[in-house]
Write a new protein. Structure first.
Length: 212
């Protein structure tokens, strides 16, 4: 089976739990990738600390330091362009990011709901689970998708899995159950990309059989 060892750039804004999950998969030999760069939009993000503990290059491009979003995006792209990045991984990055043209189709995101439900601008973190519980849905879940420049939580869907919403769920218990599923699904999607098994056809992503 043809595989490429991917050079990943991880973009985050907070604690870096998704980053840690990817680090764990890489170190366990379950993900054929190297995390070449971590970029945070906040200087106090604990994700920067996690990166440093594992010897990963990490930089802060502070969103508050840029009046214009375009300037902020150019600064991030400048850092990405210092490396041979194969895939950009959004991991709780709270600013809208428009990558350079060369990264088109090379950026993934994960959302803690079944897109298109509870997605779009303003739906992130616990806000998603609050909305799901308020609406009274019976299932929620998570979605891995290719991110594009059209808007938040858009782009072709790669993988989705459902999670039961229980009658006694709180935001915290539902979030924990969804995140457990995220920890399985995100590395799986990245590995499929590394194996060249994701074929995008319009809004549809087809997973092709592995070649022996």
């Amino acid at each position: 089976m043809a595989q490429n060892r991917l050079n990943l750039a991880v973009l985050l804004s907070g604690g870096g739990t998704t980053l840690q999950n990817l680090i764990d998969h890489v170190e366990a030999g379950k993900l054929n990738a190297t995390i070449a760069l971590v970029i945070s939009s906040r200087k106090d993000a604990y994700g920067l600390v996690r990166a440093a503990k594992h010897g990963i290059t990490a930089v802060c491009v502070n969103r508050r330091g840029y009046k214009e979003l375009g300037d902020f995006n150019r600064a991030i792209n400048h850092h990405l362009n210092q490396y041979e990045i194969d895939l950009i991984i959004m991991a709780g990055f709270l600013s809208f990011f428009k990558p350079d043209e060369k990264y088109k189709g090379k950026m993934m995101n994960i959302h803690p709901a079944l897109i298109p439900a509870f997605s779009g601008k303003g739906f992130y973190g616990h806000r998603v689970h609050e909305a799901a519980l308020s609406y009274g849905v019976k299932i929620s879940g998570c979605t891995v998708h290719f991110a594009d420049e059209e808007g938040y939580d858009m782009g072709p869907i790669i993988l989705q899995e459902a999670v039961e919403v229980k009658d006694d769920d709180t935001v915290e218990t539902l979030a924990a159950r969804v995140f457990e599923k995220e920890c399985e699904l995100y590395p799986k999607a990245i590995q499929l990309y590394a194996e060249g098994r994701l074929k995008v056809e319009g809004r549809h992503v087809r997973i092709v059989e592995a070649q022996s």
